[in-house]
Write a protein that binds this ligand. Structure first.
Ligand code: IMP
Ligand code: MG
Length: 173
């Protein structure tokens, strides 16, 4: 384990078990329907592909990339890579790595809702409620976490640590 990792919050086996539970719930909730999983690049990719493999439904996967304009511009986000699929009248499940203030998701959900999907829900791996500014309804949550910066299982600090198989707290530098 890199020495900058101060603490492990969720081990690989804990993540795997939680992903399986979420997938089972999603499989039940969307029975008889066809899902579009929208994975937000890059942080949610590990989560989305693991989740998709455990969902027992016909589904498609699409990817969307957004960038925020930095710390002082909360809520100002822009799409840098858009979906390839038309989501009109589809059942869309947005897969996000972590919901913090909620600004990113709020913007994204507003944009996607404007494309008239049949349904639009969120599955977030991590929820850091302590920092939430925009209240929103998250249908599926992997884990709630304390107010600490985390990396691993897709989440990065300056593009590093995404490949760690666990989720841990990184030493701020
Ligand atoms: P929000 O707009 O404040 O909800 O920020 C959410 C986005 O910030 C996530 O999609 C992540 O890309 C990033 N982020 C927030 N907290 C963390 C963290 O602890 N580790 C890695 N990325 C984070
Ligand atoms: Mg992100």
């Amino acid at each position: 384990m890199p020495e900058e990792i101060l603490e492990i919050l969720f081990r690989e086996d804990q993540i795997r078990a939680r992903v399986r539970d979420l997938a089972r719930q999603i499989t039940n909730d969307y029975a008889g329907r066809q899902l579009v999983l929208v994975s937000i690049l890059r942080g949610s990719v590990f989560f989305a592909t693991d989740l998709a493999r455990q969902i027992d439904l016909p589904l498609s996967m699409d990817f969307l990339s957004i960038s925020s304009y930095g710390e002082d511009s909360e809520g100002v986000v822009r799409i840098t890579k858009d979906l390839e699929e038309n989501i009109a009248s589809k059942d869309v499940l947005v897969i996000e790595d972590i919901v913090d203030t909620g600004f990113t998701l709020k913007y994204l959900l507003r944009t996607l809702a404007g494309r008239n999907p049949n349904s639009l829900e969120v599955c977030a791996l991590l929820d850091r409620r302590a920092r939430r500014i925009i209240e929103m309804d998250l249908k599926y949550i992997g884990f709630e976490i304390p107010d600490k910066f985390v990396v691993g299982y897709g989440l990065d600090y300056r593009q590093r640590y995404r490949n760690l198989p666990y989720i841990g707290v990184v030493k701020p530098t």
